[in-house]
Design a protein around this ligand. Structure first.
Ligand code: ADP
Ligand code: ZN
Length: 806
């Protein structure tokens, strides 16, 4: 039967299907997954065909053109999008939007480009060819052709295209101007010690402050950021150049740090690695492998080798890594094995570059995709394997609709395409661990270096002697001695403090008032560079107040210690040491984070310290001491995953120590040395931790025993949100009682632990069920059929498989 019309997904907000008539001339070119140009009001847009239908269509607007020779979205990806749409209860167009590079669809211009005028058969299209012949580059947009010739040209263009006379191409309406060049101040010298700084700057305080700001921001900062956010005048910045401590460079704003990275030839696998590779290779297609190995056991080499054969014989692969691990070091290792077949999908690609990478993969020119979360959608040809490195990482969860988890999408995708899935981690998520029996578990028990895992010392901060001069910084005598001795021996130190800024908050000593964000229910964090109070949720910032806003009291005390305060202490304590901070504030530049790591790797830094960023996947053999300044920061968050998070963070950062024959040590400062998460992390004992934590989540039940959906209600008025939540709770409970026979619980409604974000009040309800299917049914029905009367003034989000319940 001949299809008469089709459904087209468009990147528009409305949750509806758009249908169009298929003109006779296009019948054999339109299949599911084709890109099509369609009229939307007065514009033309590029969409993707999701379904063909056989009846009706006469009264619909027609598809105008089909720009590609073969469908751009492979059938498997379309199927995946349909699954996402069902599973996450999100419109199909939205799901496709998270898959496709934006330059490939949406509002576009259709360009006709002359290829061979002799192939035109004259007649009605002769005038079109004439216009094209006269045009610059032989290119004219379809809409200006129509205007010039004062008649519709779509059918004629399509005929010319088929005859080979012209080519049709879509271009996004706004490609935007070329990225402007950016004036960047680059430090010419490190002046790592306090003494050198004093000698260089003398009384030039402002220059010194500017120098230190650039240094703390990674050594390279755009002049505009220094002037606008940090308030340094151009005279001060020029002063740095005159003094010879910095240079000014003009650079295009986005640079790809991976061009020119030299490839690292792979090492020869150890016997343990070889066994692991063989085990993966002999597992069934369509099956999952849990690659579980201690930190430093060489998991990367194992998964790369296990894919080598498949890729060499023409197959494709996807390697997902947490965004933060997408470093030149990682890319070099992948390229070392797969060379020019690798396409890197990173967040600094321009829209056009992203579309090119997509085409390279879809056409089979490149066969291996490496990237963060969204690379799970890479249109890799003949997909043989998908790897999730650090599969427990929370960044695999998308935080906007569709709120997909790349692990679950990868599980589905590898089922659809019957290929292997490898979930790699030293601390697997409990979801993965609890279903390990249904996977092939491949275990690496030894570090490749042959070194034992580092000794871990727990420092009980309730009783341990503290260094008095450190003030509020929790700095034990043991930590002090350990750092001191590593510095003396010329070894490297990593320190973790998972809180950025200077202090957690500012409190009035008279009335106890804490400066809070006016838009979020959270205290403002005190920062010293620049000196301001910042909200870590919405970015709000305010000058540091001179007096208390409530009682006018004059003294305000900072409470809790952040990385900036730790930095001050370290500089004071170890004036000779070269110290580098790494947190969200020092890594604002796209690649400043890899830069810091690079200089640490080269041995230009003695102490690298920062937030959880430093815990992930770093591999530096000269690190012999890792210190956790305060292991308790995440232990008491009101969330069911707080123990798991703490365990992962402490284990991961501990794994950075002692990677070479020099051995290594870990010191963990805590006030809860007997908390099981901390005890098991100190003992490098994932399996017992997992057993204990899985048991603990039985009552009240949490994943992996049940499936969750967090239903978040938000709005600007607190009473409206509260009332709506109660009504919604009632409505959902009724729905559940009517349809699920007790197989699903509704917990709440209650105010969310973070009761207000960006000016919006938040309540939530948690849906909980041992049956994934049942939960899915309720989420789908619920999200589509909520009574209108409840919805005015609020937004409701259904977050399936939430990573946290904040
Ligand atoms: P993991 O991810 O398991 O913590 P990595 O895969 O990052 O460990 O490997 C740790 C380090 O060991 C890397 O520097 C890597 O280059 C090195 N390595 C891995 N396999 C071998 C090997 N067979 N021989 C020598 N070095 C290896
Ligand atoms: Zn805020």
């Amino acid at each position: 039967m001949i299809p008469r019309s089709c459904y087209v997904a468009l990147p528009l907000p409305a949750n509806k299907a758009y249908s169009y008539r298929i003109p006779d001339g296009l019948v054999d070119r339109i299949v599911c997954g084709s890109r099509v140009v369609v009229p939307v009001r007065t514009r033309q847009m590029v969409g993707v065909v999701t379904e063909l239908t056989h009846e009706g269509g006469e009264d619909l607007k027609p598809v105008l053109a089909v720009p590609d020779d073969s469908p751009l979205v492979p059938a498997e990806l379309l199927k995946l999008a349909e699954w996402m749409s069902l599973y996450y209860a999100a419109p199909l167009g939205r799901c496709l939007k998270s898959m496709l590079p934006s330059a490939l669809w949406g509002e576009s211009r259709l360009l006709a480009i002359l290829v061979d005028s002799s192939a035109a058969s004259g007649g009605a299209s002769a005038d079109i060819v004439k216009v094209l012949q006269r045009a610059r580059n032989g290119e004219v947009t379809a809409s200006s052709l129509a205007k010039r010739l004062k008649r519709p040209v779509w059918d004629a263009l399509q005929r010319l295209n088929r005859a080979g006379a012209i080519r049709l191409e879509t271009r996004p309406v706004s490609t935007g101007p070329r990225p402007p060049t950016n004036k960047v101040l680059v430090l010419a010298t490190a002046l790592p010690s306090l003494i050198e700084r004093e000698k260089t700057f003398g009384r030039a305080w402002k220059q010194r402050a500017a120098f230190e700001t650039i240094d703390s921001l990674g050594g390279e900062v755009s002049a505009s950021l220094l002037q606008e956010t940090h308030g340094f005048s151009s005279a001060v910045l020029n002063g740095l150049v005159e003094r010879g401590v910095a240079t000014i460079e003009h650079r295009p704003t986005s640079r790809d740090p991976f061009t020119g990275v030299s490839d690292a030839p792979p090492e020869a696998p150890t016997p343990e690695q070889l066994d692991a590779v063989k085990a993966i290779e002999s597992s069934a297609l369509g099956s999952t492998t849990t690659l579980y190995g201690v930190t430093g056991s060489g998991k990367t080499l194992v998964y790369l080798e296990s894919m080598r054969q498949a890729v060499n014989s023409g197959g494709g692969a996807i390697i997902l890594v947490p965004e933060i691990s997408l470093t030149p070091q990682t890319i070099a290792r992948v390229r070392g094995v797969f060379g020019g077949d690798v396409a890197v999908l990173h967040s600094a690609l321009s829209d056009g570059e992203r579309a090119d990478a997509w085409r390279d993969l879809a056409s089979g020119r490149k066969r291996v995709a490496v990237g963060a979360r969204s690379a799970v959608f890479a249109p890799v040809h003949r997909l043989c394997a998908v790897v999730l490195d650090e599969e427990h990482d929370a960044s695999y969860k998308n935080s906007e609709s569709p709120r997909y988890h790349a692990r679950d999408v990868a599980i589905k995708r590898t089922q659809i395409e019957s290929c292997r899935l490898i979930l790699s981690s030293a601390t697997p998520s409990l979801e993965t661990w609890s279903r390990r029996e249904r996977t092939t578990v491949v275990c690496l028990r030894q570090r490749v270096s042959g070194q034992a895992l580092p000794d871990v010392g727990l420092v009980d901060m309730r009783s341990e002697a503290r260094i008095r001069e450190s003030g509020p910084v929790p700095w034990s005598a043991r930590m002090d001695k350990a750092v001191e001795s590593r510095l003396r021996d010329g070894e490297q130190v990593i320190l973790l403090l998972n809180r950025r800024g200077f202090a957690h908050y500012l409190q009035c000593t008279t009335c106890g008032e804490v400066s809070g964000c006016p838009k979020c229910s959270i205290a403002l964090t005190l920062h010293l560079t620049p000196e301001r109070l910042f909200c870590h949720y919405c970015g709000f910032h305010d000058p540091v107040p001179v007096g208390c806003a409530v009682c006018g009291g004059e003294t305000q005390r900072s409470r809790g210690v952040g990385t900036q305060q730790l930095e001050h202490w370290l500089i004071e304590r170890y004036p000779q040491a070269r110290i580098r901070r790494m947190d969200a504030d020092t890594t604002v530049g796209k690649w400043s984070h890899s830069k810091i790591l690079e200089s640490f790797g080269k041995g230009e830094v003695d102490i690298l310290f920062g937030t959880q960023m430093i815990a992930k996947g770093l591999d530096f053999p000269r690190v012999t001491l890792v210190g956790v300044i305060d292991a308790d920061t995440s232990l008491h968050l009101p969330d069911f995953r707080s123990a798991e998070r703490t365990f992962q963070l402490v284990s991961q950062v501990a794994g950075r120590s002692g990677r070479s024959v020099a051995g290594g040590e870990v010191l963990i400062q805590t006030r809860h040395p007997d908390h099981f998460a901390i005890e098991f992390a100190a003992a490098h004992d994932f399996e017992n931790f997992a057993a204990r934590e899985i048991e603990r989540r039985r009552e009240p039940p949490y994943p992996p025993h049940v499936w969750l959906a967090n239903v978040i209600v938000s709005g600007e008025s607190e009473p409206v949100v509260a009332n709506a939540s109660v009504e919604l709770g009632r409505w959902i409970t009724e729905l559940v009682d009517r349809t699920t026979d007790g197989g699903l619980d509704v917990v709440g409604p209650s105010p969310a632990p973070l009761a207000r974000i960006k000016g919006r009040w938040r309540w939530h309800l948690v849906l909980r069920s041992p049956s994934r299917r049942l939960l899915g049914r309720v989420v789908r029905y619920g999200s589509r059929n909520m009574p209108r009367r409840i919805l005015s003034g609020i937004t409701v989000v259904y977050d399936r498989d939430p990573v946290s319940l904040f």
